[in-house]
Write a protein that binds this ligand. Structure first.
Ligand code: ADP
Length: 356
């Protein structure tokens, strides 16, 4: 399968009556990659999947699969002609068909024996060949999910749509089924669009993550981008704890505790310096050593707690200014310790204040 086959949405908007569920969405999913749509319930994620699948008629914008436009002004390719597979949360196997029949159903027309063989091959890939004649209701959630995946792959899709596919599974099973599913999709060179409301899952599964709020993509990037280079405090906090320090832009830079950081934001703008607790380096304060270019900040430990070998350290860095750091707990810091705190380079985010 060609590596350049992928999914492209261009300026897609969609409303249900007066309610706008997708606003000017641009996104891409590349062959062999997973693009995660992350957002709370009702933010418009599933609407985008349904538009790609062709279950909704697109109102505005364009959708291409490879070089073919499947939805756009005057164009609506039927769902069965789009080379799209989908797996939703409730698996939706046909209850009156056994596992093999479920996978064979909907396969491209071919000799019955060839379809059977292909289906068995797919069941082997998801480790379910031994259950070929089992009925769906006798299977566990994880097994049903793997059969649903084999059935979706049987259509030889170029695009796979996954809507919260692992959320019905308990946590131990979820990791295993997720790994099998994503490995298989990558091997098959399928471009995957996956909906989740779980930031951790998006970080694990996604090559790219688009954060959605109220039908709009507020940031799209690699897991590293959204984690360390969030465009707003709201996106930053979605992926884990942050420290926030108010600041202002002056002469193209922000003067911070940790030194002067340049920014493209306009002069006079109220901003926040944002950084993760694990982006701080802690060392005992040596009052005889002058501050160097890496701008160590003098701090005092005010709180500590330990969880799973990691120490959470509350630090006072100025009057009324407390931040949090993470440290390995082998030699834990004590309340009252005086420390020199450094912020790792390229680990700070400057965001507009009060942005939602
Ligand atoms: P998500 O997948 O992020 O939970 P959806 O795309 O399913 O969000 O829905 C976005 C919003 O659109 C929700 O508020 C939902 O109530 C509304 N919605 C979804 N489908 C329909 C529909 N067929 N008719 C009317 N409103 C709908």
């Amino acid at each position: 399968m060609s590596r350049d086959i992928h999914l492209t949405l261009t300026d897609v908007s969609h409303a249900y009556g007066d309610f706008v569920a997708a606003r000017h969405v641009d996104l891409e999913a590349r062959a062999g990659e997973v693009h995660c749509l992350l957002g709370p319930s009702g933010s418009g994620k599933s609407t985008l999947l349904r538009l790609v699948a062709g279950l909704e008629h697109l109102q505005s914008g364009r959708i291409r699969i490879g070089h073919r436009e499947v939805a756009g002004p005057g164009i609506h390719v039927k769902p069965e002609d789009r080379a799209v597979g989908f797996v939703f949360q409730d698996y939706a196997l046909f209850p009156h068909l056994n596992v093999l029949e479920n996978v064979v159903f909907g396969m491209p027309k071919a000799l019955p024996s060839a379809r059977r063989e292909t289906a068995l091959g797919l069941l082997e890939q998801v480790d379910m060949a031994d259950y070929a004649s089992a009925m769906p209701h006798t299977l566990s959630g994880g097994q049903q999910q793997r059969v649903a995946l084999a059935r979706a792959l049987a259509r030889r899709p170029q695009i796979m749509l996954l809507d919260e596919p692992f959320s019905g599974l308990d946590s131990r099973l979820r990791e295993e089924v997720r790994r099998v599913t994503l490995d298989l999709l990558q091997q098959a060179g399928v471009a995957t669009l996956m909906v989740t409301h779980d930031p951790r899952e998006a970080m694990i599964a996604g090559h790219r993550i688009s954060v959605i709020r109220h039908g709009r993509i507020v940031q799209s990037g690699s897991p590293d981008d959204v984690y360390h280079r969030a465009s707003s405090p709201e996106v930053a906090v979605t992926f884990g704890p942050i420290n926030r320090i108010p600041a202002a832009v002056k002469d193209g830079a922000v003067e911070t505790l940790f030194g002067r950081l340049s920014t493209d934001l306009p002069d006079g703008l109220e901003v926040e310096l944002i950084f993760r607790p694990e982006s701080l380096r802690l060392a005992p304060l040596d009052p005889t050593r002058p501050a160097d270019d890496s701008h160590p900040v003098a701090a005092e430990v005010v709180t500590t707690s330990v969880e799973a070998g990691v120490q959470r350290v509350g630090l006072s860095v100025g009057p009324g200014l407390d931040i949090e750091a993470l440290a390995l707990a082998q030699n834990p810091w004590q309340v009252g310790d005086r420390l020199a705190v450094t912020l790792e380079p390229n680990r700070s985010m400057i965001c507009r204040r009060n942005e939602t």
